[in-house]
Design a protein around this ligand. Structure first.
Ligand code: SF4
Length: 145
């Protein structure tokens, strides 16, 4: 069972194969396969995606000086919107089914200030729940997921 933090439960539905480096992308692809296959354990803080992130500093998000606090707020918002708590075990399809109903609020409160909004903008506008849009293009492009 793969471990995902709050905002990853939403953002990873829009993953298109881009990431900080190849190791990060390959790990993320594995995590998404595991999520589909074995389900997800919701965690508080660094998760299986953060595990290979170059910005993970001993469990603290060091993407910027304020990132860890901001990311934890995003995690809380995501968990509130999805009505789920750390420690819960859920199927990835169950999470996916909730995405359409929470996206208006998520766009307003999270996407508008996200550094990576251009990466998944097209994906968001074309998003169809139930379709798998994840591709396997590993990239060295230092952009997020
Ligand atoms: S940028 Fe921060 S929250 Fe995102 S994967 Fe890296 S450590 Fe985790």
């Amino acid at each position: 069972m793969v471990r995902f933090r709050g905002h990853h439960l939403i953002c990873l539905h829009f993953f298109k194969g881009e990431g900080y480096n190849r190791e990060f992308v390959e790990n993320l692809l594995r995590a998404l396969k595991d999520a589909e296959r074995t389900g997800v354990e919701v965690v508080d803080g660094a998760d299986d995606v953060c595990a290979t992130c170059p910005h993970n500093s001993s469990g603290v998000c060091a993407y910027s000086s304020t990132a860890d606090a901001e990311i934890r707020e995003l995690d809380k918002l995501a968990l509130n919107l999805l009505s789920i708590s750390p420690g819960s075990k859920v199927s990835w399809s169950e999470i996916r089914a909730k995405i359409p109903e929470i996206m208006d609020v998520w766009r307003q409160k999270a996407c508008t200030t996200c550094d990576w909004r251009n990466v998944c903008h097209a994906e968001r506008s074309n998003h169809r729940v139930g379709s798998s849009k994840h591709n396997s293009k590993a990239s060295n492009n230092p952009r997020d997921y």
